[in-house]
Design a protein around this ligand. Structure first.
Ligand code: AMP
Ligand code: MG
Length: 273
């Protein structure tokens, strides 16, 4: 049965003080099993394909989907599953890596702003400016007085974007430390997945608690009415995919878009043999 409030269930309410340890990454309410959602997910994906075409055709809005997560939580897989079937021309995906020399010579939002999707685009950030209050904080890459000012800067930046026609949806795909262990082990056990395994990821895993603290602060400081966070329980891949798809679909539906009128009067047009 379709839960019509699913897209609101995992919204981090602005102003709410959230404790990550109270959130169950294995939560799949109101569903118990993958089989219950297969059809729902297929419906959402079909709707998404149509709404994205409309977004592209109408050309009035742009949507920015931000994905953040610990390793193995499924940033890449979510993009692959949720956006499969969508016209790739309208869906630029940007992956943010360790900044280059040129990027680091600029302010941390410089590279981000350039990648913000333009009108008619549904753009995805695989990692984002949030790395600048996550990895950067955990590894002390800049002093605390520098990163701690960034929450307000990010809120102002995102407000600027939304006031200029960008709708921002931010997802934290939340897995448990145990689940990460299973997934890392699965990568280790399968030669086809070795390419995904970086020994350095184990160093990040060892810093799990510090990362959770950094995520908790980021969610609490930057879930705003104009750019809210969704805290997605991601231990179950099917629930993760369903909730992310649903939030995007409901957002696009909320635009109440219309197919554009043809540029020319088509009423008398006859196509000759
Ligand atoms: P991956 O997503 O597995 O390709 O890894 C990208 C790596 O780049 C991750 O370890 C991120 O933490 C790192 N990264 C992304 N943005 C930044 C940043 N602003 N500063 C430092 N490291 C970053
Ligand atoms: Mg990685």
């Amino acid at each position: 049965m379709k839960d019509t409030a699913l897209h609101l269930r995992h919204l981090v309410k602005p102003g709410q003080k959230l404790h990550l340890k109270d959130v169950d990454p294995g939560d799949t309410a109101p569903y118990k099993h993958k089989d219950e959602v297969q059809e729902l997910l297929a419906d959402d994906k079909r709707d998404l394909v149509e709404l994205q075409e409309l977004l592209y055709a109408e050309g009035k809005h742009s949507v920015l989907v931000v994905l953040q997560a610990m390793d193995t939580a499924g940033k890449d897989a979510t993009i692959q599953h949720v956006l499969s079937g969508v016209n790739p021309q309208g869906c630029p995906v940007t992956s943010f890596k360790v900044p280059t020399a040129e990027e680091i010579a600029h302010d941390y939002l410089w590279r981000v702003h350039q990648a913000v999707p333009g009108k008619r685009m549904l753009g995805v950030f695989n990692r984002s400016h949030y790395e600048d209050v996550l990895v950067v904080r955990v590894h002390n890459l800049v002093p605390k007085d520098v990163w701690s000012q960034r929450y307000a800067q990010i809120n102002a930046f995102e407000k600027h974007l939304t006031e200029n026609g960008v709708t921002i949806l931010k997802f934290f795909l939340h897995i448990s430390k145990d689940e990460q262990k299973k997934r890392l082990q699965a990568r280790l056990d399968d030669p086809q997945k070795h390419w995904k395994f970086a020994v350095g990821d184990l160093k990040e895993r060892a810093l799990w608690d510090q990362y959770m603290e950094a995520y908790e602060d980021a969610l609490n400081h930057t879930s705003t009415p104009w750019a809210p966070w969704y805290l997605i329980p991601a231990n179950r891949k099917w629930y993760r995919n369903l909730t992310v798809a649903r939030v995007i679909v409901e957002t696009l539906r909320g635009f109440k878009m219309k197919w554009p009128e043809p540029a020319d009067d088509l009423s008398g047009v006859v196509i000759e043999d």
